[in-house]
Design a protein around this ligand. Structure first.
Ligand code: WTA
Length: 646
């Protein structure tokens, strides 16, 4: 048993066995780290990472810019690979499970991963990639993606990974913004037993971008169209290069990667992460939050296209020299027990997934778990959205058999790594509550006037100086946006756009986003981006995309659409709109429903009051409608929503 129930409350504590094994088990770590957070992070960075040259300054701040470990020279690829090889070269680094059951798993040891990375770094160099260049990566979950990322890091190129289920238009926008000259993709992959032709999407994205060379992983047998002089097969390029490649010495604050995330405008933001700061927060949160020791097997189920994949399916576990599992396919293929089968097969000790997956498994039923031995599990983790009580209980009771703590980690693409959660050896583990800020991180919850809220009152979650080492350093090529989005709501703090409250003495429950982005099956999507796609359909006059609560996905997008005169509401038109969103963003953003309306509540200045529509859709109080331009629209809308969504 790794946890014990509190005798009085519905909360859990680490068992003595857990306390004994845990990397940290003394609550003093919180107060001590906060006496001097800079010293806390510097000590860990010194102790846990390999530096080519030590830094001159631990931390500098010129609000909102800040730097960690200035002057220090480091390489992420070296820290994830080279330094483990001498003693642990034959240890599995990646266990890759392909989706087709007849295909065997592949194991890459640290030796293998280092060799492949060095070779691919040479391939990149040969294709003309230099330090500071951005490289687009549009790959499924095969080890090529970690190799490609680490190869970029090795030579100081900046990777920009785009989720493989994003559409070609979404890829194009990101390639253009990042100015990528090279794209690494695959001819396809397996998903739910079907072949997905990724190359076709990649090809469609390339016109109008600066991409000159495309490296194609041959995941499927068929040739899905290679353009001579532009497209090259990965394997063929790898045959022609040496396996020797030294590491670029990167100044700690130089960029490691860009990752695009949705914002409140239609255009995704290129979140910039640096090298040294990002790496230490990734390293330490992986080690402490999942209490990983050298013989553990870690599995984070997130796709590499999201920050969770970057940090917990690449940099975090590999910088710790751990063994991790990655899986190509769908959780319920060929049967709904695939995840549990994988846990049993590889004896996974820490399993990190998302509430949306837990809700799906809970609905499918526990019979799919019961035939599998999940006794290797010690820690369960969740991320991506607030977890509801039923899902928490199901995860705890059915998956963990009441033996394992649930580490509910709050963080964002922008924070780079986990920020708020309970630690396995300290606890408490409180259903639906993330916990305390990770040691060395200063977080607070503000009311409108910028003062700390009282217990149980909801406010805005903020991070305070010294800012966590993994926190973003900018929005690519857009310093104004960086300032406006994160640093302007309150003086001197980072604003997260999440609502939260303090419960049970300084523990934090995150209640969810307060801006116009929504989480659909754990994926962060921008309502403005979806609205742009809808507005681009001929005949649409105006629209509002609103999140509707959903039992499995958390939220699903519902589009309210006003047509131009002379255009008729029809199912075909609704389908055209759905296809436009699919094409512009990808299938994950597909609206659940298109509702044609004649008007929407508006302010006197003509702005659609989305908050009000949102409240009607989620059955919350509507608020004052008397100041609207068209107060009658509210009753009308209520009836429509009642009819269409209930
Ligand atoms: C939400 C994912 C509640 C939150 C790592 C945040 C959570 C957004 C949690 C970032 C959690 C993430 N509890 N909400 N444990 N984890 N979120 O950038 O709204 O894809 O702002 O990063 O996910 O989503 P992103």
């Amino acid at each position: 048993m790794w946890v014990e129930k509190d005798s009085k409350k519905n909360i859990y504590w680490p068992s003595s066995e857990m306390k004994k094994k845990a990397h940290v088990s003394d609550e003093k770590i919180y107060d001590e780290s906060l006496k001097d957070p800079v010293k806390f992070w510097s000590n860990h960075a010194k102790k846990s990472l390999n530096w080519f040259k030590s830094w001159e300054k631990d931390y500098e701040e010129d609000f909102p810019d800040f730097k960690w470990f200035s002057g220090g020279k480091i390489n992420a690829s070296f820290n994830c690979l080279d330094r483990h090889v001498e003693n642990n070269g034959n240890k599995p680094a990646i266990i890759w499970e392909p989706e087709p059951v007849e295909e065997k798993e592949q194991i890459l040891t640290y030796n293998d991963l280092l060799q492949e990375t060095k070779k691919f770094a040479n391939v990149l160099k040969k294709l003309g990639v230099k330090k500071g260049d951005t490289v687009g990566i549009y790959l499924p979950m095969t080890p090529h993606v970690q190799i490609a990322m680490l190869a970029c890091a090795r030579i100081g190129a900046i990777h920009s990974v785009v989720f493989s289920a994003f559409s070609s238009e979404a890829l194009k926008t990101r390639l253009i913004d990042a100015e990528s000259k090279i794209l690494i993709t695959a001819n396809g992959y397996w998903r739910r037993g079907k072949k997905i032709n990724l190359k076709k999407s990649a090809d469609a994205a390339l016109p109008d971008t600066k991409v000159q060379k495309v490296v194609v992983v041959k995941r499927l047998e068929e040739d899905l169209g290679m353009k001579s002089g532009r497209d090259f097969y990965w394997d063929e390029l790898m045959e022609k290069v040496s396996d020797d490649c030294s590491c670029e010495e990167m100044e700690s604050n130089e960029k490691l990667f860009l990752l695009y995330t949705s914002g409140t405008t239609g255009k995704p933001k290129g979140v910039v992460h640096d090298t040294g700061g990002y790496l230490i927060q990734s390293f330490l949160t992986t080690k402490w939050n999942f209490d990983l020791h050298s013989d553990d097997v870690f599995w984070c189920t997130a796709d590499i296209g999201w920050i969770t994949g970057h940090t917990y399916s690449c940099y975090g576990p590999l910088s710790n020299g751990l063994t991790m599992v990655i899986y190509e396919g769908s959780p319920d293929f060929p049967e709904p027990d695939r995840f549990w089968k994988i846990i049993e097969k590889f004896k996974v000790s820490a399993f990190y997934t998302a509430p949306t997956a837990i809700r799906m498994f809970a609905r499918l039923g526990k019979q799919f778990l019961e035939k599998h031995d999940l006794s290797s599990l010690k820690i369960l983790g969740t991320v991506g959205e607030p977890i509801d009580l039923d899902s928490w209980n199901w995860f705890f009771e059915v998956v963990g058999k009441k033996r394992c703590p649930i580490i509910d980690t709050w963080w964002q693409t922008e924070t780079g790594a986990n920020v708020i959660n309970a630690l396995p050896g300290i606890g408490p583990f409180i259903p639906t509550v993330a916990g305390r800020p990770f040691p060395g991180i200063v977080a607070d919850i503000f009311d409108d006037s910028g003062k700390t809220v009282k217990n149980e009152k909801t406010g805005d979650l903020v991070l305070k100086s010294p800012f966590p080492p993994g926190l973003l350093r900018g929005v690519y090529k857009n310093p104004e946006k960086f300032k406006d989005t994160y640093w302007s709501d309150y003086p001197d703090v980072y604003y997260s756009s999440d609502g939260a409250k303090f419960v049970f003495n300084k523990n934090i429950r995150v209640t969810g986003r307060i801006d116009d982005v929504m989480k659909v099956a754990g994926h962060l999507l921008s309502t403005a981006e979806m609205e742009n796609a809808i507005n681009s359909c001929a005949g649409v006059s105006e629209c509002a995309v609103i999140p509707k609560p959903d039992k499995i996905k958390g939220f699903v997008p519902v589009a309210f659409v006003i047509l131009k005169k002379n255009f008729k509401k029809s199912e075909e038109f609704a389908d055209t709109i759905v296809q436009s969103v699919r094409k512009t963003i990808g299938p994950i953003a597909k609206p659940y429903k298109i509702i044609f309306v004649d008007e929407l509540p508006k302010t006197r200045s003509g702005k659609i009051v989305r908050r009000m529509i949102r409240n009607i859709v989620s059955g919350e109080p509507i608020g004052d409608s008397s100041t609207l331009e068209n107060p009658n629209s509210v009753n009308f809308l209520k009836k429509v929503i009642e009819r269409e969504l209930k």
